[in-house]
Write a protein that binds this ligand. Structure first.
Ligand code: UDP
Length: 421
């Protein structure tokens, strides 16, 4: 029985975006270490070129014809809809080919790649949903469905009207913090849900998911970057910033990174490609560029986890993507939260009001607002308290992925579950 189960092949289907590819590849690595064979089905769009760490994995390409510009032109929601439509036929081909040579196949798909769930159902294969967002963001989507059933014509108008109010029974989230997505989990088809989180971070949301919202098992097995690390970057990391950090005092540097997708005003950003018509630092004035080169260091793409782990880094100015949030907490670094969209506002709210390790910056940005946030986090007593809480949360996260910890146990339970599917 054990031997047959160990040969089970898991076909993983990530969303082609950095914040989804990384946790999916970390999950793949963790499951491979548990004895499963792994196939990763990727789109041509944003193809992840695997390093030697993944030599035992099989990679297959889902044929699609998405133009690279679609993501920016369409925006994330329309892009996802198009992606799901485009991939259907190609994925069926991949799976058909695989099933000629292999039985005992199980699909694990990113919740936003729901075409893979539909295809698994057609082929009568067991399938599992992987959520790369927080458990709370997952709950939010059900809350959104409940608050705004299909017959509400314009949920956005409703949301805007009540934006500062607290959502009933969902403290501390306000209407404006809710991600505007409906739930796309097909409870009829999927046999379980894996979430990249740890119960010490989100026990209430996890209980609510498990006890009230989903009738299938939920496995919180994160933070996955602490469970199974592997190089997963789409872009080349510029490590020269580590040498610069080596020359800085402890806790004296704020790391600024706004993820891989957020689109924002030119005054807020310099990440290449994040402002249309601008490639790189040309948006900085000469004077500002000079100040930055004297007192800071800019790279196009940083080795983020390494930077956050560096003793010189005392704070993280972030858009609060879920991976960045987990990576920062995992190193005990408190945050300045500047969320843009999707689940980022939920994460920011939790950082500020639940874990109390973040300062959220809302409204228009100007020098004064930035200065106050930086002072609060880096040099005030309140900031010092946040740093202490962040360090204690880091220890709790580390304990949860160690032998006997909640995520460690949950991964073992999941392995047991999959072997019996
Ligand atoms: N990242 C990185 N270097 C950078 C910026 C981002 O390695 O210069 C990584 C970061 O460590 C994280 C991912 O990109 O793992 C971004 O994921 P997140 O969920 O935070 O945000 P998204 O890009 O999905 O909005």
């Amino acid at each position: 029985m054990e031997e047959k189960a160990a040969r089970r092949r898991l076909v993983l289907v990530p969303v082609p975006a950095q914040g989804h590819i990384s946790p999916m590849m970390q999950l793949a690595k963790a499951l491979h270490l548990k004895g499963f064979s792994i196939t990763v089905a990727q789109t041509k769009f944003n193809y992840f070129s695997p390093s030697d760490d993944f030599t035992d994995f099989q990679f297959v390409t889902i044929q699609e014809t998405l133009p690279k510009t679609d993501f920016k032109n369409l925006g994330p929601l329309q892009f996802l809809l198009k992606l799901n439509k485009e991939c259907q036929v190609g994925f069926k081909d991949c799976l058909g080919q695989l099933l000629l040579r292999q039985s005992n196949v199980c699909i694990i798909y990113d919740e936003f790649m729901y075409f893979a769930g539909a295809t698994a159902k057609e082929f009568k294969l067991p399938n599992i949903i992987f959520s790369t967002t927080s458990a709370t963001a997952f709950v939010c989507r059900s809350v959104f469905d409940k608050l705004f059933p299909n017959n509400v014509l314009d949920p956005l108008k409703e949301l805007r009207a009540r934006k500062e109010e607290l959502v009933p029974e969902f403290h501390p989230l306000r209407y404006k913090d809710l991600p505007i997505y409906r739930n796309i989990v097909d409870k009829q088809t999927a046999s379980s849900v894996i979430i990249n989180t740890a119960s010490c971070l989100e026990s209430a949301s996890l209980s609510s998911l498990q006890q009230q919202q989903l009738e299938i098992p939920v496995y919180p097995i994160g933070p996955l970057h602490m469970v199974a690390s592997a190089p997963t970057s789409l872009l080349e990391e510029n490590k020269s910033c580590i040498e610069w950090l080596n020359k800085q005092k402890k806790d004296s540097v704020i790391f600024i990174s706004l993820g891989s997708l957020a689109l924002m005003e030119i005054s807020e950003v310099i990440r290449p490609g994040s402002v249309s018509g601008s490639e790189w630092t040309e948006s900085l004035s000469e004077e500002f560029g000079k100040i930055v080169s004297e007192r800071g260091y800019i790279v196009k793409w940083a080795p983020q986890k390494e930077v956050l782990a560096h003793p010189a880094v005392g704070g993280f100015w972030s858009h609060c993507g879920w991976n960045s949030t987990l990576e920062s907490i995992g190193e005990g670094v408190p945050m300045i939260c500047r969320p843009f969209s999707g689940d980022q506002k939920v994460n920011a709210r939790f950082l500020e009001c639940v874990w109390k390790i973040g300062v959220q910056v809302e409204g228009e940005l100007n020098r004064g607002v930035v200065e106050r946030a930086v002072r609060r986090l880096m040099v005030s007593e309140e900031g010092e308290e946040m740093r202490k809480r962040a360090l204690s949360l880091k220890e709790r996260l580390r304990a949860s992925v160690r032998d006997g910890g909640s995520s460690h146990n949950s991964l073992d339970e999941f392995v047991h579950f999959v072997k019996r599917l």
